[in-house]
Design a binder for this molecule. Structure first.
Ligand code: FA5
Length: 365
């Protein structure tokens, strides 16, 4: 072996490994004649044809491209053989190699085009929406029966000219008691003592404190209703709940009397219940009204009466405490239980049904 070819062989072995890392099939020195190159090209073509046929998604296809057609891919490696081919064969070897590369490139592109379009088709099919399918039917909910009844009562009084006012559920002792003419040592306090939040604040047992808030901030005449939640230490039974709802009404103006209260109530109960319901007034006591009454209703065909509200003429002491002159104005007020109204109207015999959220009950409204 000449010194020059010995050096070339040595350099080739050290600089560029004779055995390619990716494939042990080609080394530039092994493929120095055209027959050999032709065989290698045929092998590589067969291998690529199988690879392309097996590439069933674009990711595999991309791996194929890098391995065979990439800058350092198998075809590029094979091109290095040109350096080793005898000068007379170089032209033919170049043609064969270019043919290999062009063929592989167009086979790859064809496969890529087919795969992309079939993947696209598949995706379109997968993601398409059949607009002819019937839609999903979502049932409509509705307002809780108590809310429905509350709104109905509000709308009746609003049509009569009353405004809606609201007040806090956590009240001070002043608004809950003193301003309503119930001093600290008054025995009536025991009935209204409920759940204390602090030494001086408690959950309101009725909506009457809202009367005071409104009168303190509004000169007469006042004509309001105040719906809201109330809390009491009452044991739960068919007609009592520790949490329930009231609607307070207050009308203060010149010259009002108990007759006006009775008229408003008759008008209201007829409007709310319709014909056939009976209303009964009887005497009662509330420190903040004088005289005081309680009102019962009897549903058609019902065996007994149900108490729906406490009412009366606003006590002059209450009017004075808010700065009104009881010599000039008078007024009446009531506190109506919303649950009891709903029970009477819909023939519900147990107040607990409103709180248990049994859908079989709720759906009837
Ligand atoms: C009062 O609450 C007075 N504030 C009403 C009032 C207002 C009188 C203005 C005078 C002037 P009474 O405690 O009677 O009154 O309650 C009124 C209504 O609330 C009752 O008739 C009833 O319908 C309802 N109610 C009271 N306690 C309960 C309870 N534990 N569960 C369900 N409803 C109740």
């Amino acid at each position: 072996m000449s010194r020059a070819s010995l050096r070339r062989s040595f350099e080739t072995t050290r600089g560029k490994p004779l055995v390619n890392e990716k494939s042990d099939r080609y080394t530039p020195r092994q493929m120095s004649d055209l027959t050999d190159l032709g065989k290698r090209i045929a092998d590589l073509n067969g291998e690529m044809a199988r690879g392309l046929a097996e590439a069933s998604d674009v990711q595999t296809l991309e791996r194929f491209r890098v391995e065979y057609l990439g800058r350092k891919g198998r075809i590029a490696q094979l091109f290095r053989v040109l350096a080793e081919v005898a000068p007379d064969d170089k032209r033919e070897a170049g043609r064969l190699l270019n043919e290999l590369k062009d063929g592989a490139t167009s086979a790859f592109e064809e496969r890529a085009a087919r795969l992309t379009s079939s993947e696209l088709q598949e995706r379109l099919l997968r993601e398409s929406v059949d607009v002819t399918l019937p839609g999903v039917c979502r049932p409509f909910g509705h307002l809780h029966p108590l809310t429905q009844v509350q709104r109905e009562i509000e709308s009746i009084f609003m049509r009569m000219g009353f405004d809606v006012a609201t007040g806090p559920e956590i009240e001070t002792e002043y608004y809950n008691f003193e301003a309503l003419n119930i001093p600290a040592d008054h025995p009536a306090r025991a009935d209204w003592d409920t759940f204390y939040i602090s030494d001086t604040t408690l959950l309101r047992p009725h909506t009457s404190p809202v009367q005071i808030h409104v009168m303190e901030s509004t000169p007469p005449p006042v004509r309001i209703i105040c719906p809201g939640r109330c809390y009491r230490r009452d044991a739960q039974d068919a007609t009592h709940s520790p949490v329930f709802h009231q609607i307070e009404l207050l009308w203060v103006e010149e010259g009002l009397s108990l007759a006006n209260l009775k008229y408003v109530l008759e008008l209201f109960t007829r409007e709310f219940f319709g014909e056939g319901y009976l209303m009964r007034f009887s005497g009662d006591f509330f420190p903040f009204t004088e005289p005081s009454v309680q009102v019962h209703i009897k549903a058609p065909g019902a065996a007994g009466w149900m108490e729906i509200m406490g009412a009366g003429m606003v006590d002059p002491a209450v009017l004075t405490a808010v700065g009104y002159d009881p010599e000039c104005v008078s007024g009446f007020a009531f506190g109506l239980g919303i649950e009891r109204m709903a029970m009477l109207k819909y023939g519900i015999d147990d107040i607990r049904a409103f709180l248990t959220n049994d859908l079989r009950f709720i759906r009837q409204f």
